[in-house]
Design a protein around this ligand. Sequence first.
Ligand SMILES: Nc1ncnc2c1ncn2[C@@H]1O[C@H](COP(=O)(O)OP(=O)(O)OP(=O)(O)O)[C@@H](O)[C@H]1O
Ligand SMILES: [Mg+2]
Length: 262
Amino acid sequence: MGKQVHIRVADVHKSYGENHVLRGVDLLVYEGLINVVIGGSGAGKTVLMRQVIGLEKPDSGQIFIDGKDIVPLGEMKMGPVRRKFGMVFQHAALFDSMTVFDNVAFPLREHTRLGRGEIEARVLDKLAILGLEGAEDRYPSDISGGMRKRVGVARALILEPMILLYDEPTTGLDPIAARNVDELVRETADKFDVTSFVISHDMTTTFTVGHYISLLHEGRIRITGVPEEIISSTDPEVIRFLRSSGVDPRTVLEGAGAPREA
Ligand SMILES: Nc1ncnc2c1ncn2[C@@H]1O[C@H](COP(=O)(O)OP(=O)(O)OP(=O)(O)O)[C@@H](O)[C@H]1O
Ligand SMILES: [Mg+2]
């Protein structure tokens, strides 16, 4: 069986005033895989993500999720569409006044009618799978940045979404924490049956986690391919982007495949 398309973005345009940010984006996001969109700062990555989850409407174009175009849907019909997504925000975006447990339980309390016992079981289960056993009574200010990210992932997963979106998962983290987050993205994709859609300008992240990588450049997807296809591209724009990052993707790829030292 070939790979299945989970999301198809077709000729999407989005402007803010004179600023024509998305200029005909075509993108395929494959089911069950880790799909990364890279691009420079201000390229429109976050804008693209907002169109895909339906927080904003594009000026034109189509966005098919599970084969259905969501662009014409009104607010009522967008509810079930948004439920397909779990979001991991750039800065973990946890509620500081709530414990880890309450942060992860929050979407269940907001969106389901589950009883206390069932909520507790689900939250503790997610925390355990993400290596957060015993952290349930702690507060976000009292745990490390890497742990906060794990809590953010637990919360994004709690309603069992089909698609997990990460906006710049490693921005603002030190290199060690960033590599742990890369690991987390990979582990999460392995353990849960989700499609991962990652937006990043971190080359190490991109080539560590990406099954498919797309470059957003001047409002369009310039190239999509497996890491090897991106690295060996002869497109001058792709070459320039890779060079300007200062990271050698080949070294990253070799590192990503190698067994980790204890
Ligand atoms: N709500 C908005 N109103 C007006 N302009 C916007 C809005 N959102 C984004 N823009 C503009 O769209 C462009 C792309 O922004 P976007 O946030 O998508 O960049 P990005 O690729 O995510 O960059 P970064 O890597 O820095 O997060 C920028 O020029 C930004 O100023
Ligand atoms: Mg952004």
